[in-house]
Write a protein that binds this ligand. Structure first.
Ligand SMILES: [Zn+2]
Length: 395
């Protein structure tokens, strides 16, 4: 889609707070179609005469949006955010999570801090970007399905590199960091391991293959692997904890006390330090699964273990503290603090595509994913100021 030229008479100047209220009203959970919120953002861009591009999922039910404001010259800056949010089910919300409510300097609603607040700051500053005489361009990059495993971040980052003839340089991912620079982030992966065998009377267990017994061995392997990494592996004190973690979150199997379980599933995740290789850990686990399956098949030929990755392994972020992007962003925030975080985001995916990437956005991760999520009005204002300073710096 495309609009022609920047429209100088676009008059519907909305504040970041007004835009955020609009965005919160789209209850787009990770995994769901984001087409309605994408429509709204695209209409806003069209009203301001901004040409944009989409990156679709295979079924064309979801799309990323990216666009350039300013000239086609190298070394521009990407501002990135995701349009989806996490569910509210089972949480004790005091207000409608999808209607933004202001109370005592705080804006409540699902996605206010994670991370529609940052998108609102970007969009609110669009008229200023257009009016400014930008010498280097600013790009918007809005993704989908971030909250269920950063599904679109890699394709979005790649498409930006492929679409424009010039080469952007910096990427700022506006995840909530209270406007402090984040240069390090753990990698992440989630796997579902399914063991299948045949049911039998429990008295025959010695000649049968219980999927629960075998799943317990796999769980033990994962816990031992983490212990081994804590003792012998990499340490990175930027993170809490300063080591790679492996964790089993679900264990389901069996139907009765006297039946050998023919099916058991475990769901587990790993959060890896930038220096640890998540693929190597997963491959080692798979090799152990293959070894156990071969042993069990001697008793029960149909015994099997399969591993399904819930999403591609999310790459970590490891931007050096002395990288130019760090100093650049620090000048926009007036904060010299450099942090690392253990949550996943698309920053590593942008870095993998050749951007110098950091996380920096309004709001606190403390409020993310919780009931009564909020962003302080002051944080939203800081976010706007940040984008305004960026405009000045690039003009
Ligand atoms: Zn987020």
């Amino acid at each position: 889609m495309q609009a022609t030229k920047p429209n100088p008479i676009a008059t519907n100047r909305l504040t970041a707070q007004e835009i955020l209220a609009k965005l919160i009203a789209f209850p787009v959970l990770g995994g769901q179609s984001n087409s309605k919120i994408a429509d709204w953002i695209e209409n806003y861009l069209i009203e301001h005469g901004i040409f944009f591009h989409n990156v679709y999922n295979a079924e064309r039910t979801k799309r990323c949006i990216h666009c350039r404001i300013g000239p086609s010259v190298d070394n521009g800056v990407v501002l990135s955010g995701h349009t989806d949010v996490v569910p509210v089910e089972g949480q004790d919300w005091h207000t409608d999570p999808f209607e933004m409510i202001e109370k005592e300097g705080k804006l409540y609603g699902r996605g206010t801090c994670d991370m529609k607040g940052f998108i609102a700051c970007c969009l609110a500053c669009l008229p200023e970007m257009i009016a400014a005489d930008l010498k280097k361009p600013i790009y918007f990059a809005f993704s989908y399905d971030e909250e269920i495993g950063c599904w679109s971040g890699h394709a979005l980052a790649k498409d930006i590199m492929d679409t424009y003839s010039e080469k952007p340089r910096f990427a700022i991912i506006g995840e909530p960091s209270e406007m402090e620079v984040v240069t390090g982030q753990k990698g992440m992966g989630t796997l579902e391991t399914t063991l299948t065998s045949r049911g039998a009377h429990s008295s025959k267990i010695y000649t049968e293959a219980s999927t629960i017994f075998e799943a317990a061995k796999l769980v033990g392997w994962l816990e031992n692997k983490m212990e081994e990494l804590i003792v012998n592996g990499e340490k990175d004190t930027r993170f809490t904890p300063p080591h790679t973690t492996l964790h089993v979150g679900k264990f389901n199997g069996g139907i009765a006390h006297n039946i050998v379980a023919d099916k058991c599933t475990i769901v587990w995740d790993l959060r890896t330090l930038p220096k640890d290789d998540s693929t190597a850990i997963v491959n080692e686990f798979k090799a152990y699964c293959a070894k156990r399956a071969a042993i069990m098949r001697k008793k029960v030929p149909e015994f099997n273990i399969t591993n399904k990755e819930w999403f591609p392994l999310v790459v970590p972020l490891d931007t050096p503290d002395d990288a130019p992007v760090v100093k650049f962003v620090q000048q926009l925030t007036d904060s010299m603090i450099i942090n690392a975080v253990s949550f996943a985001s698309e920053a590593g995916q942008f870095a993998a595509e050749g951007f110098e990437a950091v996380i920096c956005g309004p709001g606190s991760i403390e409020q993310a994913h919780r009931a009564n999520e909020f962003i302080e009005v002051e944080q939203l204002e800081k976010g706007v100021l940040f984008v305004q300073k960026l405009i000045t710096k690039l003009s």
